[in-house]
Design a protein around this ligand. Structure first.
Ligand SMILES: NC(=O)c1ccc[n+]([C@@H]2O[C@H](COP(=O)([O-])OP(=O)(O)OC[C@H]3O[C@@H](n4cnc5c(N)ncnc54)[C@H](OP(=O)(O)O)[C@@H]3O)[C@@H](O)[C@H]2O)c1
Length: 328
């Protein structure tokens, strides 16, 4: 099958389309004829050799895909060949075929194209897991999410608004801040100029937000804690701003704050199935009706995978960069 290969760890120029063996189907799996996949920031790290796939996962890049079911494992019920499917993957999305546990799969709502659907699983499930399951986002609560123009940010803004909450977000330009507000954010701070912790407190009558979803890490730790209300939760999902920081633990005690770290990719098939089921129950109808939808920045053919990575690396995108595979 055609797939994106990484000759050796490095920049985008090391990516090329070549041939890879088709993955083997297990009894609990679906084989997906992949129509499209989408770029995640983690793919850039994996390409550089900094984020190896978990044991047993495909060595190929790609944390999500959408396409048609090509083959159904012997122990799987509820899926038929030809069904439109989107899936969360531990790897292997940048290829013509992907094999994944059926519990990591969701049906594609009628209103979405397969290219749009490829932009759903990784970021919407990441936000659902971290904000709603791990941080128990409360009814009518408030979220601070960094990088509102990222794949994760655009999903977070929509899910929290669909849940009746308020969202404060950050972005690196006034233009991206405007787009975050158009998408539904209640406040958007250009992090190059403003104090986002102050903005988060101002937007919540001085109290602070219930949950912070953060992928910056060390350089934002102190401000993130300042942005939280008493009893608030900081969920750390990335380390773009460094891994080591010093904090005053007294702040955690006095204000009863929690700091939670999480990765989605390394979780077991059973955990992923529970996340997928929870997401479908809570937000399946909103996705079907279009109340929430992936924000697709651009769609590029698989052959332009290097351009896609370059665009994400430079943060020129708003939402998701999709790679078209079928017919490419
Ligand atoms: N732990 C997990 O399970 C998990 C799962 C999925 C994603 N993630 C992480 O979540 C993050 C977002 O993923 P993605 O694929 O959606 O990435 P993405 O679309 O590439 O977004 C990264 C964003 O970070 C923003 N950014 C850069 N520096 C910033 C700063 N100092 N303050 C605020 N925003 C800043 C950029 O926006 P500007 O242009 O506005 O700077 C860009 O939009 C990544 O770090 C990824 O690794 C973690």
């Amino acid at each position: 099958m055609r797939a994106v290969l990484v000759d050796e760890p490095g920049d985008e120029t090391h990516l090329r389309v070549g041939e890879a063996p088709a993955p083997e189907l297990g009894p609990g799996d679906l084989r997906i004829r992949v129509a499209a996949t989408a770029v995640n920031r983690a793919d850039l790290l994996q390409r550089q050799g900094l984020y190896p796939p978990p044991p047993g996962a495909s060595e190929l890049l790609g944390l999500e895909c959408a396409g048609e079911v090509a083959e159904v494992g012997s122990a799987v019920s509820g899926w038929l060949p030809g069904d439109r499917v989107m899936a969360l993957l531990a790897g292997g999305g940048y290829a013509e075929e992907a094999v994944v546990d059926a519990g990591s799969c969701l049906p594609v709502p009628e209103r979405l194209s397969l290219e749009e659907a490829a932009a759903v699983p990784e970021v919407f499930l990441t936000v659902f897991l971290n904000v709603f399951q791990l941080a128990a986002f409360p009814e009518g609560g408030a979220l601070l999410v960094h990088g509102g123009g990222s794949g994760v940010g655009t999903a977070a803004i929509q899910l929290v608004k669909a849940a009746g909450g308020r969202v404060v977000t950050t972005a690196g330009s006034d233009a991206k801040c405007r787009r975050c507000l158009e998408l539904g954010a209640d406040a958007a701070v250009n992090y190059r100029e403003g104090d986002f912790a102050k903005e988060a407190r101002d937007a919540t009558g001085g109290e602070g937000v219930d949950v912070v979803l953060d992928h910056i890490g060390a350089s934002y730790l102190e401000s993130n804690l300042r942005a939280l209300r008493t009893g608030g939760r900081l969920v750390l999902i990335g380390l773009m701003g460094g891994a080591k920081a010093e904090i005053n633990l007294g702040v955690l005690l006095a204000r009863r704050l929690s700091v939670i770290g999480s990765t989605l990719r390394t979780r077991s098939a059973a955990e992923k199935a529970a996340i997928v089921a929870g997401f479908r129950e809570r937000f399946g109808a909103a996705l079907a009706s279009g109340a929430i939808a992936p924000v697709v920045d651009s769609i590029l053919p698989l052959e332009q995978v290097a351009d896609a990575h370059r665009r994400v690396k430079a943060s020129e995108h708003f939402g998701k960069v999709v790679l078209r595979i079928a017919g490419g």
